[in-house]
Write a protein that binds this ligand. Structure first.
Ligand code: HEC
Length: 255
C-alpha cells in the first residue's frame, strides 16, 4: 500500500518519456512530414540497405555542395562494406598531402582519411552558391529540432510559393525552411540516381535513404548505446527485485 504515492509519479514520468514529441511545427507553422524511422525506438537498428543507398545519394548529389567532415571512409565498415570496397570507395577521392620534399600534392584517399570537402573554404562555398553557405551535414540531424523528419521534409518541400510570398533573386521556395526562402536549389527529383541495389529511386525513397545515412553519420554509436541502455535497464529491474525481496524478508523477520 505504501508504495502507491511514489509509484504513480514514477509511472507517469515513464509514460511521458515514452511519448516522444509528435508532429512539430517548423518554419511558418507547417507540420513536418513524418515517417517511422527503423533506428528509432528502444530496440531500433539502422536499416543497412537504406543507409548504404543514402550514402550513394550523398556521394552523387549532396557532396557537390555539402561536406561531411566527421566521416572517415573506414566508418562505413559498420554498414557492411568490406575492406576492398572501402579502399575502392576512398580511392575515388583525392586528398591533399606532401611529397618527399614537402611540396603539396594530391594523393588517392585511403580508408583512414576523412571524406574531402567539396570546397576549399567557406568563401569559395558561398561564391559558388549565390552567397548561401551549404552547412557541413555531419551533425545536421542533431542540430535541428525533429532532425530526421525535418531533413526528410526539407527535401520534399520545394515548389511554387503561395500567392503573395516573395522569393528574392537567387533563393528558392521551400515550405519547410524557416522563412520559406532557401539558398539550396531543389537537389532531388525522381530518378536522380540509379541505385546500385536496383531500388526505384523516387524522390521519397532518396529523401528517406539520405536522411537515414545522415543519421548514421551523426550517431554512429546509436546501436551500441541502445544495447548498453537495455543491459542497464535489465540490471536495474533485477536489482530492484532483489532489493524488494530483501526488504520484505527483513520486515517479515522483524514482525
Ligand atoms: C547546389 C548545391 C547544393 C546541393 C547539391 C545540396 N545542397 Fe543542401 N544546401 C545548399 C545551400 C547553399 C544551403 C544553405 C541554405 C540557406 O542557408 O539558405 C543548403 C542547406 C541544406 C540543409 C540545411 C537547412 C537548414 O535548416 O539550415 C540541409 C539539411 C541540406 N542542405 C541537405 C541537403 C541534402 C541532403 C542534399 C542532397 C540530397 C543537398 N542538401 C544538396 C546547397 C546544396
Amino acid at each position: 500500500m505504501q508504495r502507491k504515492p511514489l509509484f504513480r509519479p514514477i509511472l507517469l514520468a515513464l509514460i511521458l518519456c515514452g511519448l516522444a514529441p509528435g508532429a512539430r511545427a517548423a518554419g511558418e507553422g507547417v507540420d513536418l512530414m513524418q515517417r517511422s524511422w527503423p533506428e528509432n525506438g528502444p530496440l531500433g537498428t539502422f536499416d543497412r540497405a537504406a543507409v548504404q543507398r543514402g550514402f550513394q545519394v550523398y556521394k552523387e548529389v549532396c557532396h557537390t555542395c555539402h561536406s561531411l567532415n566527421y566521416l572517415a571512409f573506414r566508418n562505413l565498415a559498420a554498414l557492411g562494406f568490406s575492406d576492398q570496397e572501402l579502399q575502392a570507395i576512398a580511392a575515388g577521392y583525392k586528398v591533399p598531402a606532401l611529397d618527399d620534399e614537402g611540396q603539396p600534392i594530391e594523393r588517392e584517399a585511403k580508408p583512414f582519411d576523412h571524406m574531402p570537402a567539396p570546397y576549399a573554404n567557406p568563401a569559395q562555398a558561398r561564391a559558388a552558391n549565390g552567397g548561401g553557405l551549404p552547412p557541413d551535414l555531419s551533425l545536421i540531424v542533431k542540430a535541428r529540432e525533429d532532425g530526421l523528419d525535418y531533413v526528410y521534409s526539407l527535401l520534399h518541400g520545394f515548389g511554387d510559393p503561395p500567392a503573395g510570398h516573395q522569393v528574392p533573386e537567387g533563393l528558392h521556395y521551400n515550405r519547410y525552411f524557416p522563412g520559406g526562402n532557401i539558398a539550396m536549389p531543389q537537389p532531388l527529383t525522381d530518378g536522380q540516381v540509379t541505385y546500385a541495389d536496383g531500388t526505384n529511386a523516387s524522390l521519397d525513397q532518396m529523401a528517406a535513404d539520405v536522411t537515414q545515412f545522415l543519421h548514421f553519420v551523426a550517431e554512429p554509436k546509436l546501436e551500441e548505446r541502445k544495447l548498453t541502455g537495455l543491459k542497464a535497464g535489465i540490471f536495474l529491474v533485477v536489482f530492484a527485485g532483489v532489493m524488494l525481496a530483501y526488504k520484505r524478508k527483513t520486515w517479515r523477520d522483524l514482525h
